[in-house]
Design a protein around this ligand. Structure first.
Ligand SMILES: Nc1ncnc2c1ncn2[C@@H]1O[C@H](COP(=O)(O)OP(=O)(O)OP(=O)(O)O)[C@@H](O)[C@H]1O
Ligand SMILES: [Mg+2]
Length: 336
């Protein structure tokens, strides 16, 4: 898809004895939306700040819009965005904030009205920004980034604090920019945002890339998932599950620690093919399957697995049923 907007190779950045980025490689193509995810402190803001020229790598290669960037080599024109929230003057109105930016950077006044319209802030354009909600400030920050028709848009948690309507609007704006050929790199803690927006995703953990590639491939990294299975007869479904290879029963009727299980529901663990086999066997015995849903969504499960956490129904049950969890811990036995 088009040319490469960002090429990062082996980037390292230390802050004292904290290694914020430890040999990071990333590619972002023109016309794509690339998501950056990872736990708090993973290095996302540090990396995005470098793309905006706010800091420089200690070592490694950084190429932006075809140009090498470094301590004495500035980020080229055509890059816009923000990290750690947009910088705005609270006493000025939204329109005046954007006009002062446009003047400062030499953009036409008409670009201000375009940008306000794109993010849906025309109606409140003459209100002081000090009275704006977090979501409105986020949208204004996006408008500020759009002023100079950027070719690379760098946004640190742009959907943070947005209500569902605001989020849809921001998604629409980002989606249409990408369609027009703009490269977008965004960070988010929300897997549903990434699923709605991104074609590719990079997962950072403690300064290292633990996954980079198409979003669909990340979901496949989740491995065996826990599914809640509701049928017309939970006890019989459990018997069938016990005889199906590749399936383990996490909780079910008559078992302790099963906050998600009931007379009709059991929680089973296995791969997608094993789950297919189980369903066809259950249906084959004459039972009706009413629901089969992952206990943790696949993207979130992959995130947790790749960053060294667990996401299984036993944990969910622990959280939901602390008393049972204590008993399980005390005997040293967990149902797996
Ligand atoms: N200016 C700085 N001085 C010292 N340490 C810093 C500085 N900036 C970042 N760090 C450290 O570098 C690491 C990465 O921080 P960064 O802000 O990039 O993480 P993040 O992935 O954006 O986290 P979050 O999800 O919380 O926003 C952290 O350990 C942080 O404390
Ligand atoms: Mg951050």
């Amino acid at each position: 898809m088009g040319s490469r907007a960002v090429r990062v190779r082996g980037i390292r950045k230390d802050f004292g004895n904290v290694i914020a980025l430890d040999g990071v490689d990333i590619d972002v193509d023109a016309g794509s939306v690339h998501g950056l995810v990872g736990p708090n402190g993973a290095g996302k803001t540090t990396l995005l700040g470098m793309l905006l020229g706010l800091s420089f790598p200690d070592s490694g290669e950084l190429e932006i819009l075809g140009r090498t960037v470094g301590r004495d080599l500035a980020v080229p024109d055509g890059v816009a965005g923000f990290v750690d929230g947009p910088g705005l003057y609270p006493a000025l109105t939204a329109r005046k904030n954007l006009r002062s930016l446009a003047t400062l950077r030499g953009y036409a006044a008409s670009s201000v009205e375009d940008a306000l319209g794109q993010v849906g802030l025309l109606e409140v354009a003459d209100d002081p920004v000090g009275g704006f909600s977090l979501g409105m400030r986020q949208r204004l920050g996006l408008a500020a980034a759009l002023l100079g028709d950027p070719r690379l848009l760098v946004l640190d948690e742009p959907a943070n604090g947005l209500d569902p309507a605001g989020k849809r609007q921001v998604h629409r704006v980002i989606g249409s920019l990408a369609e027009a050929g703009v490269a977008v790199i965004i960070s988010s803690h929300r897997m549903d945002d990434l699923a709605a927006l991104c074609s590719d995703v990079t997962l950072l953990s403690a300064g290292r890339v633990v996954f980079s590639g198409p979003l669909g491939k990340l979901a496949a990294e989740s491995g065996d998932l826990d599914y809640r299975l509701v049928s017309s007869d939970g006890a019989r479904a459990r018997e069938v599950a016990a005889r199906t290879s590749g399936i383990s029963i996490v909780s079910g009727p008559g078992m302790t620690g099963g906050a998600l299980a009931s007379d009709a529901a059991l929680v089973v663990r296995g791969s997608v093919p094993a789950m297919d086999e189980l369903i066809s066997r259950i249906v084959g015995t004459g039972l009706a399957v009413r629901e089969l849903s992952p206990v943790t969504p696949p993207l979130e499960a992959a995130f947790l697995a790749l960053t060294g956490n667990t996401a299984d129904a036993a944990d969910a049950a622990d959280a939901a049923d602390a008393a049972d969890a204590d008993i399980i811990d005390a005997t040293g036995e967990r149902m797996r």
